[in-house]
Design a protein. Sequence first.
Length: 454
Amino acid sequence: MQTDTTGRCALRRADAVPLGAWSGNKWPVLSSLGCFPPSIIYRDLRLILRVFLPFCLGYFLSYLYRVVNAVIFRDLVEELSLPAITLGLLTAAYFVTFALAQLPLGLVLDRFGPRRVNAALIAVAALGAYLFSIGTTAMELTIARGLIGLGCSAALMASIKAFIVWFPLSQQPVLTGWLLAIGGLGAMAGTAPVEWLAGTIGWRHMFAGLTGVTLLVGFVLIVVVPERKAIEAPESFGKLIDGLRYVLTDSYFWAIALMAICAQGAGISLQTLWVAPWLRDVLGIPRGEASLYLLAMNGSLVAGFLLFGQLTDRLTRFGIGPERLLVIGVIAEAISLLVLASGWHAVAIAAWIVLHLSVGVSPITYALLSRRFAKLLTGRTATSANMCVFVAAFAYQFAIGAVLDTRPAGGGYAEAGYAMAFAAIAALQLAALAWFWHRVGSSRALTQQPGTIG
């Protein structure tokens, strides 16, 4: 078979493994997700310092920006008199621009490389942070929040692209797992530490400080990260579009994207805003104590990213492949939401912990996609999946605000509104799971060529 890059066969990895066929030693490094293997630590220490860590700094900031409104939402509501739907829209503006950037981002990542693209966009995030610090209306803050989302839109995908360029394929799952765990640390930094800082210097001065930190990270990316010369000539714009079309018409891609939406979309929308109001309105937890609960929940997110890699390897020994672990993670999220909707307050915090933990299954989706498609498509593949996730996150976050406004309560939102929203999300997740399992639950369906699953 010809392997010319213009042919469709060249756009699929030569060593691609059907989704239902992952077993045995196909995922050896996933067992090391809790720690870097010696080959990475000793042989590639320079790459860790010059490639891995700088990109992780960007993703750390991206996650901090993503969750910070969950802590300062009271300040925003009190200062601007925001209804729930406006608060949801303001916070979700991050996801709108983030999602809209993903498809063009995939093209420019594959064309110009992750270093330059990520550094340029991080400068946009710094501008958004500065504008957020001086904004005085809901519209101004929404625009600023949108710029932050646009600036952070490459943080994860540029990192994955850089890792694929600089590190062996076998090391991708462990690197992605650690990257997401470090992002989880950013989420933790956006809880109690942000609460303390905002209470000490005010949320506006805090965002002014974040502006400088963000510019510093962009500077590190430009100065520290090396530029790898392309072995092949850059693709033309037409070839870039053809590659994107190939990804978006592949049924395998959509099967995995659906699970990414279920595993991440709802979890992100709740984690980045609505958990904190729920703690206030349903359990009556005061602000300072709530930030500690958020810290613990985001700690479970970090643990989930590290845990699921090891769990994947152990389960494959019993014939349970990674796609089944994805299903288990989404089921855990749905059950957690149903428990929260039921009003069973005694186990509510545990349900939130389980929900955050189960989001840690998401690195498997990116690892599966990186194994499926050729290296020249990695930017377009990853950003297309990410677009799906963040469109879903925006939809969830905005819809929850709309539902809460239908059940107003004095000084907050009614528990019945939260219950209605959470039950609806769980129902959507279970329906998506039923479709996924019906269509791709068997290995036979995914041994077909890309684009052939009816």
